[in-house]
Design a protein around this ligand. Structure first.
Ligand SMILES: Cc1ncc(C[n+]2csc(CCOP(=O)(O)OP(=O)(O)O)c2C)c(N)n1
Length: 241
C-alpha cells in the first residue's frame, strides 16, 4: 500500500506556497500513517496555512476555529476512544490563541497527538509576530526586529510529570519521520514541534530564498539521540512515562 491513500487527490495541487515546509511535513505524515496503517484516524485543525492540512488528508477531518483544535480533538476522543485523533495546526493557533488548551490537555494527559508546524509567524495572515518568533525576528508587526523572547514549548510540556515532546524539521526528513512515528505510537498526550520554513511570508520579506532558509535550519540544528532536555538548537525526543 502506498502513502498516497492518505492524500485527498481532488485537493491536488496543495495550496501551500512553493518551498513551504508544510509539503514535506504533510507527505511525511502520510508516509507514517501508511506505515502504521492508521486508517481509523481523524485530523483536527485550527485556522492557518497549516490548518488547511485538515482538507488534504484523505481521512475524516474537522477544520475547526482558530485556537480551538485541541478542545475539539479532546471531545472527539472522549466519545470515540478507539479513534486515533491527530491535531495538525500552526504555532500561532496552538501556542498563541490556543495556548491555554494546550497547557491543560497536556497536564490531563489527554490521549491525542499534536503536530505543530512552527514556522515562527502567523503565515496565513501575512507574516505577523507569533509566540515562536525568535528575538530579533523581522516580521510585519516587528519591522525593527522582535524584542520579545519566544515561547518555551518544551518547558511548558516538561512541567508535567508525564510528557512526550519531540522536535524535528522537514529539513531533516528521515529524522522527522522517525519522530512522527514515535509521536503517533505514544499512548497519552504527545506533541511534536516541527521547525519549518515559511518562505513567502517570512523569509522572502527579509531577502532570503528557499535554499537560504533550508540551509539556515540545516546549519543551526543538531540531532540529539538522548532522552534529555533539548537545547534550543537541538532536535530529538524527550519523554517521561
Ligand atoms: C479568532 C480569530 N482570530 C484571528 C484570526 C485570524 N487568523 C487566521 S490564521 C491566523 C494565524 C495563523 O498562524 P498559525 O497558527 O501560526 O498558522 P500558519 O498560518 O502559520 O500555518 C490568524 C491570527 C481568526 N481566523 N480567528
Amino acid at each position: 500500500m502506498s502513502f498516497q491513500r492518505f492524500v485527498r487527490k481532488e485537493m491536488l495541487p496543495l495550496k501551500w506556497c512553493p518551498g513551504c515546509g508544510l509539503h514535506i511535513l504533510f507527505y511525511a505524515t502520510c508516509e507514517i500513517l501508511n506505515e502504521l496503517n492508521k486508517t481509523n484516524t481523524i485530523i483536527v485543525s485550527g485556522i492557518g496555512c497549516t490548518g488547511r492540512g485538515a482538507a488534504y488528508f484523505n481521512l475524516d477531518s474537522v477544520h475547526g476555529i482558530h485556537g480551538r483544535a485541541i478542545p475539539l480533538a479532546v471531545g472527539i476522543k472522549k466519545i470515540n476512544p478507539n479513534l486515533e485523533v491527530i491535531v495538525f495546526s500552526g504555532d500561532g493557533d496552538l501556542l498563541g490563541i490556543g495556548g491555554n488548551h494546550l497547557i491543560h490537555a497536556a497536564r490531563r494527559n489527554e490521549d491525542i497527538t499534536v503536530i505543530c508546524n512552527n514556522n515562527q509567524v502567523f503565515a496565513m495572515t501575512g507574516g505577523q509576530l507569533s509566540p515562536t518568533t525568535k528575538r530579533g525576528g523581522i516580521t510585519t508587526t516587528t519591522p525593527e526586529g522582535s524584542t520579545i523572547q519566544s515561547i518555551n514549548t518544551q518547558g511548558i510540556l516538561l512541567s508535567n510529570k508525564k510528557y512526550f515532546y519531540a522536535r524535528s524539521s522537514p529539513v531533516f526528513k528521515e529524522h522527522l519521520k522517525k519522530c512522527l512515528k514515535e509521536t503517533l505510537e505514544y499512548e497519552g498526550f504527545s506533541f511534536i514541534e516541527v521547525v519549518s520554513p515559511c518562505v513567502i511570508n517570512y523569509a522572502r520579506k527579509v531577502g532570503k530564498s528557499v535554499a537560504d532558509t533550508f540551509r539556515e535550519i540545516k546549519e543551526t540544528y543538531k540531532i540529539c539521540e538522548e532522552n534529555r532536555l533539548l537545547k534550543n538548537n537541538e532536535l530529538g525526543i524527550v519523554k517521561n512515562d
